[in-house]
Design a protein around this ligand. Structure first.
Ligand code: XMP
Length: 514
């Protein structure tokens, strides 16, 4: 197989850097984001066909601002500078970047921009279109060898190009949706300038990963903790395809899953000849949780019990050589995040299990974004309901039954949650919300059904729209859909006589109730 072409995205601290990486990959070219401090040696070793300098919040002319080793301009590799990246290139190659003296030279927001279509970056584009600007600095002098290839009413040098050397700079952000034809410009850089072949496809990635995994694992034993979530399922499918029965998947069924979920996961893996261990630990978990009403206590019990069960199963297998983790690219990047306050002690995020003996960790998804993980899952033949599964917390329904947990309450919640999801699917609204579920509040209220009085639980429905799950907006679900859900639940699920819809955003609320 031919060597994978790669693009390097050099990170200067801009807010859209991951988006640039997404765009490059959408163009079927593999890329990685690396810090601007990456050494020339490391860049040479990475051997990219092109380099993109990202935007950033600083001003290039300040001594404290991020810089590059000027040797980067002698590597004979095309460079595309975006915003700060453009100014940085101009600054290093003999241009002059200064603070804009008057408001007309500073540009923010949507700006009509005029493009020179003879420049490779703008090939096939209209002569003018809207671009998204966000810069307070101004290129007072263009560096030698560069031509001005785009302008706006306020700014004569919106884009510069030295086509001989393959250096291009734009002051706006082609990676954001507000820039019309932005992706086309990135594509032009990749294909017209860098000679990309478009060899980043999930099919290729799958084949390459399988080959690499086989070479690494040889005849070793592999262990994987399967949660039923997208990442661990796709990692499991990939390993199953690569090493078959050398793989043991331990699926701890804690009895806190949604309706039919445990069976669905088991069924999805039936086609592979692997050691699939489904541990029915419901009684054990519910026993430990009995009478516990405090959210943090419930989380801790589940986390600890999970480790214990997994440990017991791992011991039965004996020494394993490799432990698989479903870490994905955003986890890798965010792992450096600072000391945020602990709002909830999340189970199954970060940290390596030190309770299982193994020689090495395999993280087969660590280069993929979430939607790429889903695509890979499809390539591997996982069913759509698994691949598209919404995030589900490690402690499961235990944190959606408010207060103490009983099997009866869990069953009520499972049935209600199923109806909610079913109606959302029937209304074709699944893709308009990022997470939606039901919560069994611990509150009862009086109702009337037929001629009789009821005194049953209040169920809360929750749905959020979000990109990062750090902040979230409650979803504006159409009234008629909410109405259908409500009517069905009170009629079909015994034990619930009142439904409320949670209309708080995050912050101040969190997504889960506990
Ligand atoms: P909150 O409730 O903190 O949730 O706004 C943010 C996202 O994290 C999920 N969540 C968890 N995920 N283990 C997980 O793997 C956990 O313990 C956990 N608690 C919350 C939550 O579902 C939402 O997507």
């Amino acid at each position: 197989m031919e060597k994978q072409q790669k693009v390097l995205v050099l990170d200067f601290g801009g807010q859209y850097n991951q988006l640039i990486a997404r765009r490059v990959r959408e163009c079927n070219v593999y890329c990685e984001v690396k810090p601007y401090t990456t050494t020339i040696e490391a860049i040479k070793e990475f051997d990219p066909i092109g380099i993109i300098f990202t935007g950033g919040p600083n001003s290039v002319y300040l001594e404290t601002s991020p810089q590059v080793d000027p040797e980067i301009f002698n590597l004979n590799i095309p460079i595309f500078g975006i915003c700060y990246g453009c100014q940085l290139m101009a600054h290093h190659l003999g241009g002059l970047v200064t603070e804009a003296q008057d408001d007309s030279a500073r540009e923010y927001g949507k700006t009509v921009t005029y493009y020179d279509n003879t420049c490779k970056i703008f090939k096939g584009l209209p002569e003018s279109a809207v671009s998204w600007m966000s810069h307070g600095d101004y290129m007072a002098k263009t560096p030698e060898g560069f031509a001005l290839v785009a302008h706006s009413a306020a700014c004569p040098n919106v884009a510069i190009a030295d086509e001989k050397r393959g250096f291009y700079g734009v002051q706006y952000h082609p990676e954001v949706n507000h820039t019309e034809y932005g992706v086309q410009m990135i594509r032009n850089f990749l294909y017209e300038v860098c000679g990309a072949k478009g060899d980043w496809t999930m099919g290729d990635y799958k084949e390459r990963s399988i080959k690499e995994i086989r070479e690494k694992v040889k005849d070793g034993k592999v262990l994987l903790a399967l949660s039923g979530g997208v990442d661990s399922s796709v990692a499991a499918a990939l390993l199953a395809e690569a090493v078959g029965n050398q793989l043991t998947c331990v699926f701890v069924d804690h009895g806190l899953m949604r309706k039919d979920e445990g069976d669905e996961v088991e069924e999805a893996f039936a086609k592979w000849n692997i050691n699939f261990v489904r541990v029915d630990a419901e009684a054990r978990f519910l026993g430990k949780l009995a009478g516990q009403a405090d959210p943090e206590t419930k989380r801790k019990i589940i986390g600890e019990e999970f480790i214990r069960v997994f440990e017991e199963e791992a011991k039965k297998i004996g020494t394993v050589d490799f432990l698989v983790q479903g870490t994905i690219y955003p986890d890798v990047i965010e792992s450096g995040a600072g000391n945020a306050a602990v709002i909830k002690s999340h189970h199954n995020v970060g940290g390596l299990p030190d309770y299982v003996d193994f020689k090495e960790i395999i993280e087969p998804l660590r280069l993929l974004f979430k939607d790429e993980v889903r695509q890979l899952g499809r390539e591997l033949g996982l069913p759509e309901y698994l691949v598209m599964r919404q995030p589900f917390p490690g402690p499961g329904l235990a944190i959606r039954v408010i207060g103490d947990i009983t099997k009866e309450k869990l069953d009520i919640l499972r049935d209600a949650d199923f109806i909610f999801r079913d109606e959302i699917a029937k209304a074709n609204l699944e893709h308009t919300m990022n997470q939606y579920f039901a919560v069994l509040t611990n509150m009862r209220s009086v109702g009337v059904m037929g001629d009789g009085r009821t005194y049953d639980y209040t169920l809360a429905l929750r749905s959020v729209t979000t990109t990062d799950f750090m902040t979230a907006e409650w979803t504006r679900i159409p009234w008629e859909v909410l109405d259908r859900v409500s009517v069905r639940i009170v009629n079909e699920v015994k034990g619930i006589n009142r439904i409320v819809y949670d209309i708080t955003s995050k912050p101040p609320a969190t997504i889960e109730w506990e």
